[in-house]
Design a protein around this ligand. Structure first.
Ligand code: FEO
Length: 172
């Protein structure tokens, strides 16, 4: 068993990860509608990764004797005017998720829950990568996204993203 407060925070994080996937599919909807299928593809894969994160946390709770409960997943409500807008929103969202993971880690640390800290190590690293990816996307868009050729190339590049299941996640 794990501490009740920690279990509650991780259970809430399952919902946040599922929301992240929903949010990124919403980004993909926007890009698909704009004819930027590479951008849409990139976010479809990101949504799959978020679902993986949710499932890893759900599994951790189950394996530690916690009953998982699901809440509502909020409706994505962002409105976009420019092609760079979802990229900026994505970076902001990942920074927010990092703060949530850090908070769970802080709580686990406070009560010497070493098992949960070890479980979260993977997510701490993953958040570093996700923030870096989001920053890179914003930078590339700022550099190359202003003219049609640059946008076309970037779209082609993003179309090449391959989904890799998060099987390398924390041992459960
Ligand atoms: Fe699951 Fe993008 O954090």
């Amino acid at each position: 068993m794990i501490n009740e407060k920690i279990a509650k925070l991780i259970n809430e994080q399952v919902n946040k990860e599922l929301y992240s996937g929903y949010l990124y599919l919403d980004f993909a909807n926007y890009y698909a509608d704009e004819g930027l299928d590479g951008f849409a593809h990139w976010y479809e894969i990101q949504a799959q990764e978020e679902r993986d994160h949710a499932l890893m946390m759900r599994r951790y709770l189950i394996d530690n004797g916690v009953k998982v409960t699901f809440g509502e997943i909020a409706k994505p409500d962002k409105k976009f005017k420019e092609h760079i807008d979802p990229l900026n929103a994505g970076l902001e969202h990942e920074q927010y998720v990092t703060s949530l993971i850090n908070n769970i880690y802080r709580e686990a640390f406070a009560i010497n829950d070493f098992k949960t800290m070890q479980f979260l190590d993977w997510f701490i690293k993953e958040q570093g990568e996700e923030e870096k990816n989001a920053e890179d996307m914003v930078k590339k868009m700022q550099l190359y996204g202003h003219d049609a050729k640059g946008l076309y190339s970037l779209n082609q590049e993003l179309a090449g993203r391959v989904y890799t299941p998060s099987a390398t996640g924390p041992a459960m």
